[in-house]
Design a protein around this ligand. Sequence first.
Ligand SMILES: C[S@@+](CC[C@H](N)C(=O)[O-])C[C@H]1O[C@@H](n2cnc3c(N)ncnc32)[C@H](O)[C@@H]1O
Length: 322
Amino acid sequence: MKIFVPPIKSQGIKTKLVEWISSNIKEIKFDRWVEPFMGTGVVAFNVRPKKALLCDSNPHIINFYNALKDKEITSSIVKQHLIIEGEKLLKSDGKHYYEIRNRFNETGSPLDFLFLSRSCFNGMMRFNKKGGYNVPFCKKPNRFAQALVTKITNQVENISQIIENGDYTFINQDFKITLEQIESSNLVYSDPPYIGRHVDYFDSWSVDEEIILKNGLMKSNANFILSTWLSNKYRVNNYVFDIWKDCFVTTKEHFYHVGGKESNRNAVYEALLSNIPLTDSISNADMKFRIDSNESQLTSKPKTYSSPKQLTLTLEEQKPNS
Ligand SMILES: C[S@@+](CC[C@H](N)C(=O)[O-])C[C@H]1O[C@@H](n2cnc3c(N)ncnc32)[C@H](O)[C@@H]1O
């Protein structure tokens, strides 16, 4: 499967999980794809439904995709912007990043948003309490060398075409409003901030919200799938067996690094929860039994990754008691 990578980056991006998600839902029929937490949109843009409602509480993501949809931003406009601002970045030895950041925090320009997303530290998307973007520079003044500009331009072109060929609506709204707009014939993909993990202002997430999400999804009568984590070396996400106890679960091993050392490579079991059986799913009760009896938590076939591909999960993990 050729994966189309969106031009915007964010922690929690599902690029490495898209193929697994797609293969698990290919038998499900639906008339509209709904995402209450679209993030970068990588899942929708690769599933490529005919019709989709894609929402997020982050206004900048939605502005960016609406600007692509309305052709206010095209691949050639992006190319020109990155070349001009990239040169200023290089000449200023990186200081121009902070001028763009200030300008973005005043105007909310989608082009500046893209510039920041691709030149900030670690591709993070983080905002302060006042909604100001506050990620520092990646410290590479020559960041927008020709190869990267071409890559981003192609990403913008591909995603623009996917949007043009579909009937996609992008709305900046809280998930509770999106829940009210679901119809029973829709398929909902929910990817909320992971419960019990590192969060920031735009990604704050409570147990109450997880319960509201579950109840809203059940009330809609639509088929749904939800991304979450099942376990890591230190602990199990017990909300899976509590809030989501009557669901099915599909898992996949996923790796992330803490620092650069191979010995610091940690595995996390990613889970897809659903209210209908998926290609590789088992019931949550069966999974609980497996965990309690120390059996494998893997429901999908293991896949071998080359080392660089393991550097994907940017969720921050803390050791217990640290
Ligand atoms: C894990 S990310 C989604 C990642 C996405 N699936 C991807 O692959 O890029 C979670 C998203 O939920 C959004 N979000 C957080 N709280 C929200 C809320 N209350 N309502 C709607 N969206 C919210 C965040 O802005 C973020 O984009």
